[in-house]
Write a protein that binds this ligand. Structure first.
Ligand code: HPA
Length: 283
């Protein structure tokens, strides 16, 4: 599928007809992170199914709706649930909402996910600040910017030397410190799923420098950066990776969802801290 500028504009126009609010900050809330959207005031909720050219979201734990409202003095847009490659959507469909965010005027994208911990020092329930990523699906030929370049968004060969905004990272560190919890940091590895990794795959991802692994995020971030949107990425460590085939442990979606409920409250604190600093810059 190649997405046209007209289709993107139709989606943006539909959203703008539902609310007079014009968000400058957008969130994508991963598995179990949806509760952040409940914090929005004066909220308008729009099911993805109603928005022209949006695909349907099918995963348990993902609501499949967009909420626009106010949080900490900012007008924000929250995507409750995202599209995944493993659902059968192509990369352009998965990243279409990010392009629509750009047309709505979004300047900052805060992306969250549940991820498996590759770094042995991480524990279930930790939040990890994403400092960089490895877009394995993109490197394997499923890159969201393949096809005609939409010059209105950005260049054919966009730079990715700083995918995650350094200033936003600093704000997230300060917010976690103020809230009193440890914020881990590291490299997020993006795979297609839907199977979880084998122990040999886990060991491979550890060797190449991954700290957390999941089935989303990097494609959305690449498309956001293509159009100059600043990105903050947060992974919730929902399970720790299994490195040994003789282990009697398993990784399950239920385990992932259970842990994300615990992490959602930390995420709310972190995000509120970052939004407070954005409203009132320290220096
Ligand atoms: N692997 C891949 N994706 C995930 C995991 C995992 O262990 N946990 C949550 N999403």
């Amino acid at each position: 599928m190649t997405i046209s500028m007209q289709a993107l504009q139709e989606a943006a126009d539909y959203i703008m007809q539902q609310t007079p609010l014009r968000p400058r900050i957008a969130f994508t809330l991963g598995s179990g992170m949806g509760p952040l959207a409940d914090e929005l005031q004066n909220a308008t909720t729009i099911p993805y199914a109603d928005i022209p050219h949006f695909a349907r979201s099918t995963v348990q734990g993902h609501a499949g709706q967009l909420v626009i409202g106010e949080l900490q003095g900012h007008t924000v847009l929250a995507m409750q649930g995202r599209y995944h490659f493993y659902e059968g959507h192509d990369m352009q469909a998965i990243t279409l909402p990010v392009r629509v965010m750009k047309l709505l005027g979004v300047e900052i994208f805060i992306v969250t996910n549940a991820a498996g911990g590759l770094n042995q020092t991480f524990s279930v329930g930790d939040l990890m600040l994403i400092t960089d990523h490895i877009n394995f699906t993109g490197m394997a030929g499923h890159h969201p910017l393949i096809g005609a370049n939409l010059d209105a968004f950005g260049p054919r060969f966009p730079d990715m030397s700083t995918p995650y905004d350094l200033e936003l990272q600093a704000m997230a560190r300060r917010a976690a410190q103020q809230a009193g919890f440890t914020l881990q940091e590291g490299v997020y590895v993006s795979l297609s799923g839907p199977s979880f990794e084998t122990p040999a795959e886990i060991r491979f991802l550890q060797i190449v420098g991954g700290d957390a692994v999941g089935m989303s995020t990097a494609p959305e971030v690449v498309v956001a950066r293509h159009s100059g949107i600043r990105v903050l990425g947060i992974s919730g460590i929902s399970n720790v990776a299994i490195t040994d085939t003789t282990s009697d442990r398993e990784t399950t979606h239920e385990e992932v969802l259970e842990a994300s409920h615990i992490m959602a409250s930390k995420l709310v604190q972190l995000v509120k801290g970052v939004l407070a600093e954005l409203a009132n810059p320290a220096e």
